[in-house]
Design a protein around this ligand. Structure first.
Ligand code: SF4
Ligand code: SF4
Length: 135
């Protein structure tokens, strides 16, 4: 089993796409979404984004991200924070973070000790950042 799968398998529950706000989109996220949707940027902003000053988020419809439709409808154009979730570096900071995130995401493996979980996650994140450095 891959190390990533030892830590997490998405259960497609959609919990992380629900709420009254979404992650924010940085400039690269915005461009990726525009490219993926193949629409003019202004139209993407008007139809899908909630812009407040310099903060760009996705619109909320019926208490979930506008792109949620029994799964992510912009999967390959989704923001990096969505792609990273739930294996975020904050999990490594302390066990309370792990407990909070783990309780909100049924996909996180609960069988490992926190120490074991962190040792695997650290390797997964190190490999990911090394791949990004070499791009
Ligand atoms: S909360 Fe976790 S298991 Fe549910 S959809 Fe989000 S990432 Fe997948
Ligand atoms: S972009 Fe996709 S993964 Fe991110 S919150 Fe919206 S529906 Fe969920």
């Amino acid at each position: 089993m891959e190390e990533l799968e030892q830590l997490f398998t998405c259960r497609q529950c959609g919990f992380c796409c629900h709420g009254e706000t979404t992650v924010s989109l940085d400039a690269a996220d915005q461009q990726r979404m525009v490219d993926y949707l193949q629409l003019p940027r202004d139209e993407v902003a008007r139809r899908y984004w909630r812009v407040s000053g310099s903060v760009v988020q996705m619109r909320i419809v019926d208490h979930h991200c506008i792109f949620y439709n029994n799964g992510c409808s912009v999967y390959y154009g989704r923001p990096w924070r969505c792609a990273q979730w739930p294996l975020v570096p904050a999990l490594l900071l302390d066990e309370a973070n792990y407990q909070a995130i783990s309780e909100s995401c049924p996909g996180i493996t609960k069988e490992l000790s926190y120490h074991h979980f962190c040792s695997i996650l650290k390797r997964v994140l190190d490999r990911k950042s090394s791949r990004e450095e070499h791009r």
